[in-house]
Design a binder for this molecule. Structure first.
Ligand code: HEC
Ligand code: HEC
Ligand code: HEC
Ligand code: HEC
Ligand code: HEC
Ligand code: HEC
Length: 413
């Protein structure tokens, strides 16, 4: 296809499209919503396409016939209201009408990216190699020294040094180098204890830097990088809370039901990335009883394998951290939308991990409704609790710890 005449407008349109529309529309194909190509022409004389894109529900409610026809045809799926200017909408429609499909992908393009960070090159094999080299040098030097000694003794008319076992030589050596030998012994002992301790600490710990991240196989190959990854990398950029919708209001973030998947996968039966996608998406259809035209079968829930498991005696609340603490999901779950084609436990979830963040993290109080009262008191410099005020004045910031984030009872029942 020819290049678009106005490359700048096309580029703007592409950006707006990928940021706002790509999770439901394709320029040239039907998806959750209709192909956008030709939409401007279809709206000619039938209604205000700008108003439609900004808030389709209003246009439907206004009784516009074409809008209502569309809405019914597309299973009453609702378009998200969007604050876009006429220029931006013009650009998107231009982009759609002049859409140039990307060059076909090579088969390897779609291959799942290996998850996780590249592992640090372990340094102990090198230690071993160097150790062995040193040993060889030491042994051969020992051999040279022995031959020299023997040669000297021979010229002096004495017999060669009697052969000793390695252990005897070692004892002799240690006896003559007592300080050095004790230090070495102590070092070895410490190293042994530390390694054993480290190892003991990793029992039952799955995330963190120390051990391989826990990443169980799931019943459907759901890929966070594709669904939640950035739009400019060709991904769908669906907001985390679209699926994990209780993260902002309750203890649990929650796993979406198959009906949430069906908002899109009723229409999207395959991906353009992987040949196995049809079979995987069919599992969603089976789970909801969708036969391709109607919901007829018996729904049977998808049994996702839980990745994160805090012990029962520890209390963790998502709303506290996401809505009140204003933390990004990624601070605790890592680059799930960038690197994890299979969800994994990224943080160690140990008590030390919780405590460390509470010790460092400053509570975001400015403009945070939950803290308006505390802020107002600070600004008026009225009496706060003694400890609060003292610690605030010391370093001008309040950490989670200073608000009680280290109290055992906050995290333990
Ligand atoms: C959450 C999904 C969703 C998003 C995001 C979305 N749309 Fe839609 N769109 C739909 C659906 C579904 C329809 C079909 C009508 C209906 O059901 O409301 C539609 C219909 C349309 C139509 C009418 C097409 C026709 O054939 O007349 C236009 C134009 C349109 N969308 C533009 C956009 C633009 C531009 C964006 C981004 C700025 C966008 N949409 C974002 C779901 C979406
Ligand atoms: C389209 C829906 C969808 C979106 C968007 C989505 N997720 Fe998920 N997420 C799931 C599903 C389904 C699972 C369960 C299957 C799995 O573990 O892969 C899951 C699992 C997880 C898990 C592991 C849960 C466990 O069992 O312990 C975490 C953590 C997670 N998501 C975080 C995120 C974050 C952070 C984002 C945004 C960057 C996000 N998700 C976006 C659907 C979604
Ligand atoms: C302060 C750290 C932290 C933040 C921020 C955080 N999570 Fe979690 N998340 C956890 C911990 C800890 C668990 C394990 C909870 C358990 O086992 O009870 C977890 C578990 C989950 C699970 C498994 C299901 C569940 O509810 O237990 C999902 C899904 C999830 N998180 C998604 C999210 C999303 C989406 C966000 C952002 C909106 C987010 N998390 C923000 C720490 C965090
Ligand atoms: C907002 C729309 C939307 C939602 C919600 C959604 N998906 Fe998707 N999903 C897509 C699109 C679009 C594709 C195809 C992407 C492509 O062609 O590149 C896709 C692709 C897939 C694939 C094929 C993956 C691959 O790598 O080829 C699977 C499996 C899948 N989705 C599972 C799910 C599951 C499970 C859920 C619910 C937890 C879900 N999706 C929710 C839009 C969505
Ligand atoms: C990345 C940083 C971070 C991590 C990791 C983290 N938290 Fe927090 N936590 C916060 C912040 C920030 C707040 C303050 C929220 C607010 O403003 O109340 C908080 C508040 C809390 C509170 C309320 C404290 C109070 O004084 O009321 C509890 C309970 C809590 N966290 C438990 C946990 C547990 C359990 C873990 C580990 C599984 C954990 N947190 C891990 C940042 C973190
Ligand atoms: C910010 C949250 C938080 C605070 C505050 C906290 N703990 Fe913990 N604690 C945890 C978490 C999470 C675990 C589970 C760690 C694991 O399974 O590795 C845990 C585990 C434990 C365990 C079991 C041993 C272990 O390592 O699994 C004991 C005992 C314990 N905590 C005692 C305390 C005491 C005593 C205090 C007060 C001085 C305290 N905790 C304060 C979060 C907290």
């Amino acid at each position: 296809m020819a290049q678009p005449a106005d490359a700048a407008l096309y580029a703007t349109g592409e950006k707006v499209f990928k940021g706002n529309c790509a999770s439901c529309h394709k320029p040239d194909k039907d998806m959750t919503g209709p192909a956008l190509q030709g939409a401007r022409a279809r709206w000619e004389g039938k209604g205000d396409i700008y108003a439609w894109v900004r808030n389709s529900t209003d246009v439907i409610k206004s009784g516009n016939a074409y809008a209502n026809e569309l809405f019914t045809k597309w299973n009453k799926s609702v378009m998200t209201p969007m604050a876009l200017s006429n220029e931006e909408i013009d650009a998107v429609l231009y982009y759609a009408d002049n859409y140039v499909p990307p060059a076909p992908k090579t088969p390897t393009d779609g291959a799942p990216v290996p998850a996780g960070e590249p592992q640090d090159v372990a340094f102990w094999p090198w230690m071993l190699v160097i150790g062995l080299l040193l040993l060889v040098v030491a042994l051969s030097l020992g051999g040279v020294r022995k031959s020299l000694t023997n040669a000297v003794r021979e010229t002096e008319g004495r017999g060669p040094v009697p052969d000793r076992t390695a252990w005897q030589s070692f004892k002799d050596w240690a006896w003559h180098n007592k300080t050095f030998a004790s230090v070495l012994g102590l070092l070895l002992l410490t190293w042994g204890i530390v390694s054993a301790w480290d190892w003991a600490l990793t029992i039952g710990v799955y995330g963190g830097d120390t051990v391989e991240h826990y990443k169980p196989e799931q019943p459907i190959r759901f890929d966070h990088t594709l669904h939640a990854g950035k739009a400019d990398k060709g991904n769908l950029a669906i907001n985390c809370v679209y699926c994990h919708n209780s993260a902002e209001k309750s203890k649990h973030a929650g796993i979406p039901s198959a009906n949430v998947c069906m908002n899109c996968h009723q229409a999207v039966g395959e991906s353009q990335r992987n040949p196995w996608s049809t079979a995987e998406i069919k599992k969603i259809h089976d789970a909801t009883g969708w036969d391709g035209k109607a919901y007829t079968g018996t729904p049977k829930p998808i049994e996702w394998v839980k990745v994160h498991n805090l012990p029962d005696h520890a209390y963790f609340n998502h709303a506290q951290h996401v809505a009140v603490g204003k933390l990004e999901c990624q601070e605790c779950h890592g680059p799930i939308d960038e690197k994890m084609d299979v969800a994994e436990q990224w943080a160690p979830l140990t008590m030390g991990w919780c405590i460390q963040c509470h010790n460092e993290k400053e509570v975001k109080m400015a403009g945070n409704g939950y803290y308006d009262e505390v802020m107002a008191r600070l600004e008026k410099n009225e009496k706060l609790g003694h400890r609060e005020l003292k610690e605030y004045l010391e370093d001008e910031k309040i950490t989670v710890k200073e608000l009680g984030g280290w109290e055992c009872a906050k995290c333990h029942y």
